[in-house]
Design a protein around this ligand. Structure first.
Ligand SMILES: Cc1cc2nc3c(=O)[nH]c(=O)nc-3n(C[C@H](O)[C@H](O)[C@H](O)COP(=O)(O)O)c2cc1C
Ligand SMILES: CC(C)(COP(=O)(O)O)[C@@H](O)C(=O)NCCC(=O)NCCS
Ligand SMILES: [Mg+2]
Length: 406
């Protein structure tokens, strides 16, 4: 599963697809690009060919008598996942009705891999009943997955819905689909994830915190979203970039995170607590900045109630609650501490996560964990991206549910 086919249609957002192609080509992923005639008005085939280290295909290639085997069949068979970005109103209409009058739309019909759709257009265009009908009609076919347009400034300076999803979000979908082959096994499920390090304020400008960036929790939320779940992310991280399908609740303190989690928890089928929640806070909490002279040199602390342990006591029979144990020490020590937390907090599973190596833990792009469930089943991941670790966690949990004796 390593071949990404990208179909570009004629919108100004085509320039951003160059970044998607460039990022993929720099990793070990083979990427080929098909352009519509209008797409080539915005970005030349030469740009895509050079970035992808592959030929870029246009309708001239489609009609080429020297092909032998039809090009749309060759490309359709080659693709493991097909991304259409940007999708114009025009191309969307063709998808909705199975029309095939160019290389891109013929390849869509000739292929059977999952197709990701990232539309981009002016808000008034996007909101036309005809365009909305085409969008919903197309998405009825399970092989299509929406990477919905976001709100924001458009090329005509209007502000509204219609911006193509950012390249980083599109790349996340592609990584997920290459790993899972597009399976939607969390469809109909509600997943609640927390992420980031809480800030426990002493006064309005000083806090006790930790280096968590929220990357692992956000990646888990994304993995769940890509597998079809309805996802709420309660985050103490400052990250700005979230997919419009993700419900995001921003918090700062453990108390705020706890309250937000309690509100969403009753509806969550699976709760994954990946946040680095503070363990202690200052008893003194001033709402304004204290002068240095008034700062106590011996700060009186109090314990913070454990969020995931609390959720565990409230769970119904079918709810799954998973913790993360960020630990230091040898693999054996990390495993033992995680196992203890799993039992003490009454969790269904826990991810033992070593945080004191260069490639795992706080702020890194990669991670490694050992999953342990309440029946003693364990599974170690390789060193992998945080998104892949999220998928491996869901694979572990879902496998466990369907085979409780494993
Ligand atoms: C400057 C310019 C910008 C355009 N931007 C978009 C766009 O963002 N989204 C869209 O749906 N159509 C846009 N269009 C219109 C499409 O290019 C046009 O509908 C074309 O027929 C689409 O062909 P295709 O779907 O085969 O690529 C734009 C056209 C121009 C001239
Ligand atoms: C055009 C662009 C890619 C610009 O993104 P940018 O502001 O990040 O440079 C983004 O605004 C977008 O996706 N817009 C939707 C398509 C659009 O604006 N079409 C032009 C008709 S108004
Ligand atoms: Mg803790």
């Amino acid at each position: 599963m390593n071949n990404v086919l990208i179909g570009v249609s004629g919108g100004i957002a085509a320039y951003k697809v160059c970044e998607v192609v460039s990022s993929l080509a720099k990793s070990s992923i083979a990427v080929k690009v098909i352009l519509t005639k209008s797409a080539a008005e915005f970005v030349t085939p030469l740009t895509f060919a050079t970035l992808s280290r592959q030929p870029a295909y246009t309708d001239a290639d489609f009609w080429q008598p020297s092909n032998g085997r039809p090009l749309h069949i060759e490309l359709a068979e080659w693709a493991d996942v097909f991304l259409l970005a940007p999708v114009t109103a025009n191309t969307l209409a063709k998808l909705a009705y199975g029309m095939a009058d160019n290389l891109l739309t013929n390849t869509v019909l000739a292929s059977s891999c999952p197709i990701l759709l990232a539309p981009a257009m002016n808000t008034t265009m996007w909101q036309q009943p005809s365009v909305q009908d085409n969008w919903h009609r197309t998405l009825q076919d399970p092989r299509y997955t929406a990477i919905a347009p976001a709100d924001g400034i458009l090329a005509c300076d209007a502000v509204g819905t219609g911006r193509m999803a950012e390249p980083a979000l599109i790349l996340g979908y592609l990584e997920s689909f290459l790993f899972t082959q597009g399976k939607q096994d969390l469809q109909g499920k509600t997943v609640l994830v927390n992420a980031g390090g809480t800030r426990e304020f002493i006064d309005s400008v000083r806090f006790i915190g930790n280096p968590s960036t929220g990357k692992q929790g956000i990646a888990i939320a994304q993995a769940a979203l890509h597998r079809g779940a309805k996802v709420t992310l309660v985050t103490a991280a400052n990250t700005q970039l979230f997919h419009s399908n993700l419900k995001v609740i921003r918090v700062q303190t453990a108390a705020e995170m706890h309250a937000a989690m309690l509100e969403v928890f009753p509806l969550a089928d699976i709760t994954i607590a990946a946040a680095a929640v503070g363990d202690v806070r200052s008893q003194l909490q001033s709402t304004s900045k204290l002068p240095k002279s008034e700062l106590p040199l011996n700060l009186a602390l109090e314990y913070i109630p454990d969020i995931v342990a609390d959720l565990s006591t409230r769970k119904c029979k079918d709810q799954i609650v998973v913790g993360f144990a960020a630990q230091t020490g040898t693999k054996m020590e990390v495993f033992a501490a995680a196992q203890d937390k799993l039992q003490r907090k009454g969790l269904d599973a826990i991810a033992a996560n070593t945080v004191n190596t260069m490639q795992t833990g706080f702020g890194t792009e990669t991670n490694q964990a050992t999953f342990i469930d309440k029946n003693g089943r364990t599974q170690s991941t390789p060193l992998c991206s945080k998104l892949e670790l999220g998928h491996r966690l869901f694979d572990f949990l879902l496998d466990n549910k369907s085979n409780p004796k494993q």
